[in-house]
Write a protein that binds this ligand. Structure first.
Ligand SMILES: Cc1cc2nc3c(=O)[nH]c(=O)nc-3n(C[C@H](O)[C@H](O)[C@H](O)COP(=O)(O)OP(=O)(O)OC[C@H]3O[C@@H](n4cnc5c(N)ncnc54)[C@H](O)[C@@H]3O)c2cc1C
Length: 451
């Protein structure tokens, strides 16, 4: 049996290693931290969540729920660790990040089939006696990025994402804010900071005038999609607030500051705009400003964010930041079983393969671990059922138009639609989604049972 080398101890890597080990393979798991870190990681822990602590919706028959259900049925180790570290977050699965990392680290440390190597990997050899899973994520170290580029012979895409600030809970003025769940659905786990029209206008003006961090030279490399040399190309699903504000005075009020469904018990009405804070850890001593990724200078963030009602004296535990995002052009270079077309013993998993998000990255690791185990044991990895969420995600990254390829989260758009006739008959979107989920889980269970 061939040995397996997994590179990257973030989300995809540990899941891949644990899956392959569970299937009887010996795995060497390489992680460069703490010797060398990335621009976003703060610890040397496995499975560090670098920004929000949310693994998205748990609402039944939503697309993120479906993906998680499939992962649970496939015995995802990291999702089980997430479930066991959950903190209250309404309809979402949010975790205590330290507890989550600690649980994953313990699983790896206790697994006799996994050997941990704390070392930066800088070369990728096509070693036929070994199967390699590359899961080094959006901040893959530059020498390895260059190596991957050499091996695939293709250009990497790079674009820019940003992360939200975190506030110390004890410094929030609880007299000014209120707890509520949007449309009263789920438990009221979010703290809402309500704005009057005047407060909102003042905030937008300050935000628009605030100074951003200048892009470093390496950040000005034109992005794959053709962004100009001076304007970074952002992922549309994770725009910084100053960029949203630039698009119009009310754009934030219809985006991350949307007040709809958030009745303020003090007034009985929706505020003009709102900033939502989501609990960060089990002790509830820190909160994340939901959707408030930004790239302002830290001093400017302190000044502008303290204009949010309730945060006038806030202490920020972390400020928003911008970061690089590296991913391969999967439609050109990757097979449906996550193998490089030109180097079938090299599999790519996680965000580097063009999936977006924590849960999607873990899902990619789960698949890569299983595919790698099959290859190591001399079996052909079995392609995924297209109807499943996993199958749809991998279908997206391997069949999208290569020219404008962008990473994606799981959504119903990626799943095959219901037949035309059925769509006409069932007008209720929720019911259509329920049927799609039912079909997905059926085919997924069959795929799992077939081994
Ligand atoms: C700053 C930032 C914020 C993000 N915020 C969110 C968010 O809020 N919600 C969300 O769902 N997703 C978010 N993402 C996107 C994505 O879900 C995460 O990046 C996720 O961690 C990706 O998982 P991964 O396993 O592919 O990569 P990672 O978790 O980044 O793991 C890769 C690992 O590989 C290691 N590594 C890199 N190069 C080498 C090398 N040469 N040798 C050895 N080890 C190496 C790194 O140290 C790291 O531990 C964010 C991404 C970034 C960068």
């Amino acid at each position: 049996m061939k040995k397996i080398k997994v590179i990257g101890g973030g989300l995809a890597g540990p899941e891949a290693a644990l899956q392959a080990a569970a299937l009887g393979c010996d795995v060497a798991l390489y992680e460069m931290r703490p010797t060398r870190s990335t621009e976003a990681h703060q610890t040397a822990d496995f499975a560090e969540l670098v920004c929000s602590n949310s693994l998205k919706s748990e609402s039944e028959n939503s697309a993120p729920w479906l993906l998680k259900q499939e992962m649970r049925r496939a015995n995802s180790f990291l999702l089980a660790a997430a479930d066991a570290s959950a903190v209250p977050a309404g309809h979402a699965l949010a975790v205590d990040r330290s507890e989550f990392s600690a649980k994953v680290s313990a699983l790896i440390a206790q697994n006799p089939r996994i050997t941990v190597v704390r070392e930066e990997v800088t070369t990728l050899d096509e070693d036929t006696d070994q199967v390699t899973v590359l899961a080094t994520g959006p901040l893959t170290s530059p020498p390895l990025t260059a190596e991957l580029q050499r091996l695939t012979g293709s250009q990497h895409l790079a674009f820019y994402d940003s992360i939200s600030p975190i506030v110390d809970a004890s410094t929030i003025d609880m007299e000014k804010v209120y707890l509520a769940a949007r449309w009263d659905r789920g438990t009221a786990d979010y703290i809402n900071c309500p704005f009057t029209k005047e407060e909102y206008v003042r905030f937008i003006e300050a935000l628009s005038a605030a100074e951003t961090v200048p892009a470093k030279e390496w950040e000005q490399i034109p992005a794959g999609g053709g962004a100009s040399a001076s304007v970074p190309k952002y992922f549309e699903g994770c725009l910084p607030i100053e960029e949203i504000a630039r698009r119009g005075r009310d754009t934030l009020r219809f985006g991350p500051m949307k007040p709809a469904g958030l009745t303020n018990p003090k007034t009985g009405r929706w505020p003009y705009a709102v900033v939502q804070l989501r609990q960060e850890n089990l002790r509830a001593d820190s909160y994340n400003l939901v959707g408030f990724q930004n790239h302002l200078k830290y001093g400017e963030q302190a000044r502008v964010l303290r204009l949010i009602p309730g945060l006038e004296s806030a202490k920020f535990l972390r400020y928003g930041q911008i970061h690089r995002n590296t991913y391969i052009n999967s439609p050109t270079v990757l097979t449906e079983t996550l193998q490089l077309r030109t180097h079938p013993n090299l599999l790519i998993a996680g965000q580097l393969s063009g999936v977006e998000g924590y849960t999607e990255s873990i899902a990619g690791g789960l698949l890569a671990g299983r595919f790698a185990a099959a290859l190591a044991q001399g079996r052909a990895p079995k392609p995924l059922p297209r109807l499943s969420a996993h199958g749809s995600l991998i279908h997206y990254i391997t069949h999208s138009e290569a020219k404008n390829f962008q990473p994606a989260n799981i959504t119903f758009d990626l799943l095959p639609p219901l037949e035309e006739e059925l769509r006409k008959k069932i007008r209720d979107k929720k019911e259509r989604h329920r049927i799609q989920c039912e079909r997905a889980l059926e085919t997924w269970d069959r795929w799992l049972a077939e081994g």
